[in-house]
Design a protein around this ligand. Structure first.
Ligand code: CU
Length: 344
């Protein structure tokens, strides 16, 4: 291959790579999990710190690369030239300069970074909402200890009200991450981390486990629903209701029977408040019908998906901890789905 062609090829490959990087950047930039559209105070502060440091790094990168390329070009070996470059040894001034410059830049970056780390860790006032987020392989449990509410995979918060999230794990290390609201925080068994932030925008924000925690780690997602105080209060009132009543629909009533039959094992793993089902292995199902997602955010909560799940949870989410003692019949599945969707 001639020199010219090699040059052209490398140039083309370089430009294409840069474009690809730029375009993925665009896609990420508008996505629901983009950190560059902060909707919470913590993320806003982190982003405001990140941006200037990013641009500072870009300037340094461009400068260093330009000097390097210039040196390569300017001092290249010319045709017919046969000499060694001039040999130098030591230049105290230069060495002091190139040690000091990075040290000074790092010191400048360290001051706001360290102070923000401490600022983000500050304790919120008494007006804060307290939530316990419990990582399970592979779904999230959310408890509101002061409000007596337990739910799964869907966290409700109040706009402009600080939240104090106590992070617990029942098995391995997970990590709680809602990119648009706050930074990541590890969820460690036997060690209770706390994450504090204030959501600043009404909306639905996807989050996910950010620590590899086993085979279904990628399906350990959740959503954060940020609401006004009134909407939140209405949601809390609804979640506080026990679901004890036998549904009027005969199919759903049959589903309830199946659910509460010990041999079917549902009640050994799931809780439905107000019934004998008080299992703690799987998500609390007292109000499962009111939630948008199931199975760690892997499926939308529709009757079809519930049926798929009950037909064979291991085929839908291989390795998950829901193991049924036997294959349910189609009729039983329809009855259970009717019951589960009635649990609003
Ligand atoms: Cu996890």
């Amino acid at each position: 291959m001639g020199k010219g062609r090699l040059w052209k090829r490398s140039l083309r490959a370089g430009v294409l790579t840069l474009l690809a990087v730029a375009f993925t950047g665009c896609a990420i930039g508008n996505g629901p999990q983009s950190v560059n559209r902060p909707a919470g105070d913590s993320m806003r502060k982190i982003w405001d710190l990140f941006l200037p440091i990013f641009w500072l790094s870009v300037v340094i990168f461009v400068l260093v690369t330009a000097i390097l390329l210039f040196a390569l070009w300017r001092f290249r070996q010319r045709p017919g030239e046969d000499r060694h470059p001039e040999q130098l040894h030591g230049n105290t001034r230069l060495e002091i300069a190139w040690t000091m410059a990075p040290a000074v830049i790092l010191a400048i970056i360290a001051v706001p970074t360290l102070s923000l780390i401490f600022e983000l860790d500050r304790k919120p006032g008494p007006e804060a909402l307290t939530v316990r987020a419990i990582g399970h392989q592979w779904w999230w449990e959310f408890q509101y200890p002061e409000l007596n509410v337990v739910t799964a995979n869907e966290l409700h918060l109040v706009v402009d009200r600080p939240v104090r999230i106590e992070l617990h794990s029942v098995d391995v290390i997970h990590s709680f991450w809602v990119p648009r609201l706050a930074g990541k925080r590890d969820v460690i068994p036997g060690w209770n981390n706390v994450l504090t932030f204030t959501p600043q925008e009404v909306g639905v924000f996807p989050g996910q486990c950010a620590e590899f925690c086993g085979i279904q780690h990628a399906n350990m997602k959740f959503t954060v629903v940020v609401q006004t105080q009134e909407e939140f209060d209405a949601w809390i009132r609804q979640q506080q209701q026990p679901a004890a009543e036998v549904p009027a629909d005969p199919l759903a009533a049959q589903g309830r029977e199946l659910f509460l039959t010990p041999a079917n094992a549902c009640m050994g793993c799931h809780t439905v408040a107000g019934t004998e089902a008080q299992g703690k292995v799987g998500p609390d199902l007292t109000h499962v019908g009111s939630r948008g997602i199931i199975a760690g955010g892997m499926l939308e909560n529709t009757p079809e998906n519930l049926a798929r799940w009950l037909r064979n949870p291991q085929a839908v989410k291989p390795g998950n901890k829901m193991v049924l003692p036997r294959q349910l019949t189609d009729q039983e599945i329809q009855a259970l789905v009717a019951y589960l969707t009635s649990l609003k």
